[in-house]
Design a protein around this ligand. Sequence first.
Ligand code: ZN
Ligand code: ZN
Ligand code: ZN
Ligand code: ZN
Length: 291
Amino acid sequence: MHPGESKMRTNRKTARKAAAPVAPRKNAFMHRDKQGHGNKIWIDPDALSVECAICFTPFEAEVFMCKNGHAACAKCCVRINRKCWCCGKPIGDMRCRPLENVLAEMNTHCRFSKYGCTEVVKYIDKSRHEEACPRAPSGCPVDGCTYRGLLLYKHLLDEHSDAVVSVANNLPATTTTLLSLQKSSPFRVLVLERAPDTGEGEGSVFLLLNGGGVLSGRSLSLVRLGPRREGGLEELRYKMEVRGSEPGVLSLEGTAPCVRELEGFEAKMFLFVPDASWAPTDRVSVSIRIG
Ligand SMILES: [Zn+2]
Ligand SMILES: [Zn+2]
Ligand SMILES: [Zn+2]
Ligand SMILES: [Zn+2]
């Protein structure tokens, strides 16, 4: 059997469901609401395909379909070069309005309800809410640690105090934190005493990323671990200076984007530190100022 065969079969099945007319199904549960506004319909998420068959994320406001009715989200239409994943017909111009209308009326719970989020969100806003949900847990970045929760800052100080660098804030602009970075370590963990934008006293966690992916050197950048917040408040300014074996100082000033997961993250702005700077000890010294 071709390796992709069983997956394609599943996809076809999903697409048939996605393209089906959106009349109430046998297993949808009907109930007249108390205000007498007519019938409310509950849909078993398994009864109607409400996720993109390609990326398996919940559909957002726009759903596209090919002329045979196979559905895909806007991003995937671009990803598959606007050729239907199932039948090869063009996809990306025609919207699937009936499915969009149903999706627009659907509500659901945030997936972080077990961490205390009580929000009922529109299904099509689910992904956006969850990215910014203040109750979303953070995973510990330290290698081999499985902690996942709401108190990452405290966890890092309690369990990994030897691996984290504490950064004081609200200090004069000339104060920087100095640390040594090894060429082979993918990041260093930095903790800032207090969440500077909320002042809640919870502290913030930053990673100084030491990325590969560039030729003849490494790419350094700073990110903040946590939910993205509305209005860009989370984007804290920072300045970093790198000193290596070559004379001179490499420096970068920018804002630290917020990331929930490092997986798939690519820094838009970084400081290129060439191989020559790391030799011969494979280390550079980094001074950093946040806020
Ligand atoms: Zn998709
Ligand atoms: Zn198709
Ligand atoms: Zn939430
Ligand atoms: Zn940990």
